[in-house]
Design a protein around this ligand. Structure first.
Ligand code: 4NP
Length: 146
């Protein structure tokens, strides 16, 4: 799960998917990262932590990190939250195999193909709740496919 700062969208996406995977007893390794490094080493934004907590998901222990080229080796699928994240990830892809792993998360929702998960960073708590529901919908669709 990749966004820009790895403190708002992708930590919630990681937490949601981790919970769903655990609930289903699936074996899927999940992580998140940001294309930027400004927040590396930080815990998620307090609004993201509070939003996830509302839905019984604890993301407070996550620590932000920057996406690296090694992630292409460590993961089979890489989901970008928005078009800009997608372009940044693809810009460090080494080959077609790396590129084939990357896609927009919302492409799992047919009515939101090519759409971005809005960045809630500049808004209030409501934006985080809306993003949470959007992420959850996308994860449900993803899990139906795997
Ligand atoms: P995220 O949100 O990419 O969903 O983690 C952001 C967090 C921080 C910044 C931008 C987006 N920032 O500019 O610091």
């Amino acid at each position: 799960m990749v966004c820009l700062g790895n403190i708002c969208r992708s930590p919630m996406a990681e937490g949601i998917l981790r919970k769903k995977v655990e609930d289903r007893n699936l074996q899927i390794q999940i992580d998140s990262a940001g294309t930027g490094d400004w927040h590396a080493g930080e815990h998620p934004d307090p609004r993201a932590i509070a939003t996830a907590k509302k839905f019984q998901i604890n993301i407070s222990n996550q620590v932000a990190r920057q996406f690296t080229v090694n992630d292409f080796d460590n993961f089979d699928r890489i989901f970008a939250m928005d078009q800009s994240n997608l372009e940044n990830i693809l810009s460090i892809a080494r080959n077609e195999n790396d590129k084939s792993k990357v896609g927009l998360l919302l492409d799992f929702l047919p009515h939101l193909k090519n759409k971005n998960v809005p960045d809630p960073w500049f808004g209030g708590d409501e934006g985080f709740i809306d993003v949470f529901h959007l992420l959850e919908e996308a994860m449900d669709s993803y899990l139906k496919k795997v």
